[in-house]
Design a protein around this ligand. Structure first.
Ligand SMILES: NC(=O)c1ccc[n+]([C@@H]2O[C@H](COP(=O)([O-])OP(=O)(O)OC[C@H]3O[C@@H](n4cnc5c(N)ncnc54)[C@H](OP(=O)(O)O)[C@@H]3O)[C@@H](O)[C@H]2O)c1
Length: 251
């Protein structure tokens, strides 16, 4: 039987809780602990499991890694955390999957530097579906640069700003941000659509977010792929392309 990968999770907020649900029920992984900032309003263990939820306030990542060693750390906490655990991850060669969306340029430079000594993935969009949509859209854009491109994003009523994912899609496809249409209605979790208008046909690539657990599925994919990589800094695209090259070498 192959050994399970021992994983620690940083962050136990809206996303972290959903990611914990996925990682704790995936037979490839042993979720050993979950770290949050403060103990306030947290259970001692993740519901339905005996996985401890530990406040990092008054503890340190060095202590945590020492007491409960892990092979990988998944980060759904906040941007500054990387500086709290970075040197420990580097020293212990712990794989890092960071989903933090708001790293500064300096944080990203630091994450790149960690890639010299261990395997690091940073992805501001960690769902498998969105990343697949971006790869597929990029491919179609390359094949048919003459097709018109429009991006449609729909979210819940109170989301104020234009979706960061939609902006990333526009940037990747090198189309103007004005080609993004945003609709705000009801409780839509997240809908992204790239429409390619050809003279005689239309192609629509659509992604619908249903639950935050999708972040966990993406993190699990990243962990499994990173396990087969050399030390280095990777994006989700890198891992998807690696998977496609391994499984479909002729594609
Ligand atoms: N890449 C993606 O697709 C994706 C998707 C969803 C979220 N995210 C990112 O994930 C992060 C969390 O999002 P969220 O919506 O879950 O936010 P949230 O509900 O505010 O939760 C943040 C969690 O992080 C904890 N935390 C903060 N600093 C920490 C530290 N130094 N060590 C350990 N835990 C710490 C907080 O602890 P306390 O509760 O004790 O304060 C809280 O549990 C954000 O950076 C967000 O951008 C990325």
């Amino acid at each position: 039987m192959t050994k399970k990968m021992r994983v620690g999770l940083a962050g136990y907020g809206k996303a972290g809780k959903a990611v914990a649900n996925i990682l704790s029920s995936d037979p490839r992984f042993e979720l050993c602990w979950i770290a949050c900032r403060t103990a306030a309003e947290k259970p001692q263990t993740h519901p339905g499991t005996n996985i401890p939820v530990i406040a990092i306030e008054g503890n340190s990542y060095a202590d945590l890694f020492e007491r409960m060693p892990v092979d990988a750390l998944v980060d759904f906490s906040s941007a500054p955390s990387i500086h709290a655990y970075g040197e420990e991850v580097r020293k212990r060669h712990i794989m890092l999957v960071s989903a933090i969306s708001a790293y500064s340029e300096e944080d990203l430079r630091y994450a790149h530097g960690l890639g010299k000594d261990t395997r690091v993935l940073c992805s501001p969009n960690i769902t498998l579906g969105i990343n697949f949509l971006i790869v597929a859209a990029k491919l179609l854009r390359k094949i048919a640069p003459f097709a018109d491109v429009e991006i449609l994003e729909q979210h819940f009523k109170n989301k104020a700003e234009v979706s960061g994912t939609a902006r990333k899609i526009a940037e990747t496809l090198e189309v103007d941000g004005e080609r993004i249409t945003s609709l705000r209605l009801g409780g839509i979790v997240g809908h992204h659509e790239v429409i390619f208008g050809f003279p005689h046909q239309t192609v629509r690539l659509t992604h619908e977010s249903i639950r935050r657990e999708a972040f966990g599925t993406g993190a699990a994919f990243a962990l499994a792929q990173l396990a087969g990589c050399e030390n280095g800094f990777y994006t989700f695209d890198d891992l998807l392309l690696r998977k496609m090259n391994c499984d479909m070498p002729e594609a």
